[in-house]
Design a protein around this ligand. Structure first.
Ligand code: FAD
Ligand code: NAP
Length: 331
């Protein structure tokens, strides 16, 4: 990758003098909160900035069945507990969003949405990932009016209605199953002839009487009315013979994966294909010394709450060792 270049900050006479931190953690998903717990226990006095989605992706799901120690836990509840745990250990948790990060100077310079300016000796990036969209103009047109990427948030509006779910991963299958609580019929549309979702979820999906799976089809357009604005269906294309067909639906849920939230550090740390932050194998060290990355931001393979939490732990330990080696741990 080319030499990192940070966008210049342009302080003027009214710009506040930055507050200095030893360790800043950006992001409040399982990676960020776990890093905060470990860093606080290492007496690093970390500050965690939560971002636009306090608690991260698990706040938009319902049951989580694979968090060790909890046979079943609601995603939002789990994240509230993680936040409380981080605070109880002494981490400072702040509701704000980092808007700019300058990694070309030391200490690193940070600007936040609130206007706060900070400097930090070390930074843990835990900004996770965001839902991906198909990119169709009709999808954008009906977003919030029949097109959604969050069944937990919007499923309630589809009581007794027919919906489509697009995708073939764990999210798509979970969204489809969740929607059966409301919808009269759920059609899962997948572009291939097999799902990548876990077998246990697939079994539940295939057994469900309200669910139909439409294999080898992709969405080419979402159709609807203008007055009132709303979805009436979609146009699907066969990925095997190219034939096109309309399908009626009251709602379309897009569940085709996520894009890593690496915009903040683009051009400053090395990224891999797909925009994931590159870390040294077996560690959370990025291409910039003193900057560590954890969770879905760096992981295109596992993308689980537990693996994100594990990487958050690693990032805090890596940051602690790095700060100590620089003589910055005791201040
Ligand atoms: P995220 O949870 O993505 O959190 C990222 C955080 O970064 C957010 O708090 C956001 O506000 C913050 N942020 C972003 N940009 C900024 C910024 N500029 N400034 C400050 N903060 C910022 N995994 C499981 O193990 N089990 C499950 O059952 C499960 N169910 C899921 C259901 C759904 C619907 C989805 C979408 C995912 C599910 N996952 C599940 C995956 C799991 O949620 C993720 O792997 C995990 O949340 C990733 O954690 P993270 O800490 O890396 O980031
Ligand atoms: P994912 O595993 O990347 O799956 C995305 C799905 O969408 C794939 O089936 C993909 O098709 C399809 N897709 C991608 N782009 C598409 C497009 N343009 N048009 C049509 N289809 C498209 O993403 P995810 O399901 O959101 O899961 C993300 C991570 O979170 C995974 O690691 C998952 O295990 C984890 N997660 C875990 C749980 C759980 O443990 N219960 C629940 C939810 C999520 P192809 O298959 O053809 O590529």
């Amino acid at each position: 990758m080319s030499a990192p270049t940070a966008p210049p900050f342009a302080p003027d006479a009214t710009t506040p003098v930055p507050e200095h931190l030893r360790l800043l953690i950006i992001g409040s998903g399982p990676a960020g909160y776990t890093a905060a717990i470990y860093a606080a226990r290492a007496m690093l006095k970390p500050r965690l900035i939560q971002g636009m989605q306090p608690g991260g992706q698990l706040t938009i799901t319902t049951e989580v069945e694979n968090w060790p120690g909890d046979t079943e836990v609601q995603g939002p509840d789990l994240m509230v507990r993680m936040e409380a745990h981080a605070r109880a250990m002494g981490a400072e948790v702040v509701t704000d969003t980092v808007t700019r990060l300058d990694l070309s100077r030391r200490p690193f310079l940070v600007e936040c949405d609130s206007g706060a300016r900070l400097t930090a000796d070390a930074v843990i990036l835990a900004t996770g990932a965001q839902a991906r969209w198909l990119g169709l103009p009709s999808e954008a047109r009906f977003q919030g009016f029949g097109v959604s990427a969050c069944a937990t948030c919007d499923g309630f509006f589809y009581r007794g209605k027919e919906v489509l779910v697009i995708g073939g991963g764990n999210t798509a299958v979970e969204e489809a199953l969740f929607l059966t609580n409301f919808a009269s019929k759920v059609t899962l549309v997948h572009r291939r002839d097999s799902l990548r979702a876990e077998r246990i979820l697939q079994d539940r999906l295939f057994r469900h009487p309200k669910v139909e799976v439409l294999w080898n089809h992709e969405v080419v357009e979402i159709t609807g009315d203008d007055n009132p604005l709303g979805v009436t269906g979609a146009v699907l294309r066969s990925t095997t013979d190219g034939s096109v067909r309309p399908i009626p639906a009251d709602g379309v849920f897009i569940a085709i994966g996520h894009t890593p939230a690496s915009e903040l550090v683009k051009g400053q740390v090395a990224l891999r294909d797909g925009g994931y932050v590159q870390v040294e194998p077996g560690s959370t060290r990025t291409s910039v010394p003193g900057v560590f990355a954890a969770g879905d931001l760096t992981d295109d393979t596992y993308r689980q709450a537990i693996t994100s939490a594990g990487m958050g732990c690693m990032a805090a330990l890596d940051a602690e060792h790095w700060l100590a080696a620089q003589g910055l741990a005791e201040r």
